[in-house]
Write a protein that binds this ligand. Structure first.
Ligand SMILES: [Zn+2]
Ligand SMILES: [Zn+2]
Ligand SMILES: [Zn+2]
Length: 142
């Protein structure tokens, strides 16, 4: 397990306390909105602005240390699970997001009939449905 400092240095990024704090928050797992990331970073650092958190997330994403996902109708979320071509299942009821491993394996996992000459590197796949909690609520609502 490499430390945040090693991760940052391995991507040529300067080691700063906000970057370490954001990496630490993301490494706990999940798909977090910027507000939630900011709240958790503030538990670790005395003061950090929301803009600073956005800047850090941008730098981490460009360096391949975090991934930004933005399901339709939902604010952007960030996660530390990168580089494995996994997809997401999103609940239509509450917005809950879970990881699903790619059924095929390597990107792009789907081949279009016509690629229009593009060199493809990713197919963004989002599965939509109802999570167990929302299924139970739906049955109870009837
Ligand atoms: Zn749900
Ligand atoms: Zn994910
Ligand atoms: Zn796939």
């Amino acid at each position: 397990m490499s430390t945040g400092e090693e991760l940052l240095r391995s991507r040529g990024l300067r080691v700063t306390r906000p970057r370490l704090a954001v990496l630490d928050v993301l490494s706990a797992g999940g798909h977090l909105e910027v507000d939630e990331i900011t709240r958790r970073v503030r538990q670790r650092l005395d003061s950090v602005s929301t803009q600073a958190v956005y800047d850090v997330l941008g730098a981490l994403s460009r360096a391949g240390l975090s991934r930004r996902i933005e399901p339709a109708g939902s604010p952007a979320r960030y996660e530390a699970r990168v580089g494995d071509n996994h997809h997401h299942v999103v609940c239509r009821g509450c917005g809950e997001i879970a990881d699903v491993d790619c059924a095929v394996g390597s990107a792009p996992c789907l081949d279009p009939n016509v690629a229009h000459g593009f060199e493809l590197d990713e197919a963004e796949v989002t599965f939509w449905g109802l999570c167990p909690t929302c299924q139970a609520r739906r049955s109870a609502d009837v």
